[in-house]
Write a protein of this length. Structure first.
Length: 251
C-alpha cells in the first residue's frame, strides 16, 4: 500500500507520514524544503523499515507537479491514498489592509496547487479504478471570521472542490474525504504571523489545542475503513472550541 503526502516536512503532513509508515505503508513525500524532506525520508526508513520516495517540488509549480507525478513508475505508479495537505495562511489583516502578495501565495498554494496535485494523482487512480483522496480543509472553510478573508475563501474553495470531486470520481470507485481541523498547534500560526513567535503562541492561550498527531490519527482512521465506507466530510476541534471564533479559554 502506498500513500502520497504533500507538505510532509512539518505539521499534519509529517505526523501523517509517521502514522502511515508505522502501519506498513510505503510513502511518497512531497515538500519544498529538500533538506527537511531528506531527513523525513531517512527517519521513516530507519524507524519503520518502509520504502520512501521523495518528490521535492512546490505545489504551485504546475509543470513540476505534473512532470513529477506523471513520471512515477513501478510500484510508485499505484497510489492508494493521497493526503492533499500542502497549504498555508499568511497574514491576519482586515481586507482593506491586507497584503496582496500574501493573497496570491495562498490562492496559488491552497487552491491551484491543491488542484494540480489532485488532478495528477486522480488520473493514476482512475486508471486503477481505486483510491482515496483526503483533502485537508479547515473549519475556516465552513465559517468566516474577522481578518480571515482570503484564507477563508481558499478553504471554502477546498470545501466546494471536495464535494465536486466526490461526485465526479464516484463512477471510478474513488473515495474523497475532507478533513477540517480547528485550532491546532503546529507551524501554522508561526507561518501565518511570519515568524512572530509571541503572537503565534498567543493564539492558543487558555486552551489545549489539537496536535498534528491528533489529526494524523483521524486521517488514518478515514483511510483504513472498509472499502464500501467513505467519510465525506469531517470537522474536528479541540474540546474548548465551538466555532471559528468561540473558545472557552481558561485563565
Amino acid at each position: 500500500m502506498i500513500v502520497f503526502i504533500t507538505g510532509a516536512t512539518s505539521g499534519f503532513g509529517l505526523s501523517t507520514a509517521h502514522k502511515f509508515a508505522s502501519n506498513g505503508y510505503d510513502i511518497i513525500i512531497n515538500g519544498r524544503r529538500k533538506d527537511r524532506l531528506e531527513k523525513t525520508a531517512s527517519d521513516l526508513q530507519t524507524k519503520y523499515k518502509v520504502d520512501v520516495l521523495m518528490l521535492p517540488f512546490d505545489v504551485r509549480d504546475q509543470e513540476k507537479v505534473f512532470q513529477a507525478i506523471g513520471s512515477l513508475s513501478g510500484k510508485w505508479n499505484s497510489i492508494d491514498v493521497l493526503v492533499n495537505n500542502a497549504g498555508l495562511a499568511l497574514g491576519r489583516d482586515h481586507f482593506d489592509e491586507a497584503n496582496v502578495d500574501d493573497w496570491n501565495v495562498m490562492i496559488d498554494t491552497n487552491i491551484k496547487g491543491f488542484l494540480y496535485v489532485a488532478k495528477a494523482v486522480s488520473q493514476i487512480m482512475v486508471k486503477n479504478q481505486t483510491g482515496h483522496i483526503i483533502n485537508m480543509g479547515s473549519v475556516a472553510g465552513k465559517e468566516v471570521y474577522e481578518k480571515g478573508n482570503v484564507y477563508c475563501a481558499t478553504k471554502f474553495a477546498v470545501d466546494a472542490l471536495n464535494q465536486s470531486m466526490r461526485i465526479d470520481l464516484l463512477r471510478h470507485g474513488i473515495k474523497v474525504t475532507a478533513i477540517n481541523p480547528g485550532a491546532a498547534e503546529t507551524e501554522f500560526s508561526l507561518v501565518r504571523f511570519k515568524g512572530d513567535e509571541a503572537t503565534a503562541s498567543s493564539i492558543y492561550n487558555g486552551i489545549k489545542p489539537l496536535s498534528a498527531e491528533d489529526i494524523a490519527e483521524v486521517i488514518y482512521y478515514c483511510a483504513s475503513l472498509p472499502p464500501h465506507v467513505c467519510i465525506n466530510d469531517l470537522s474536528i476541534t479541540c474540546l474548548q472550541q465551538a466555532s471559528t471564533t468561540y473558545f472557552h479559554r481558561k485563565s
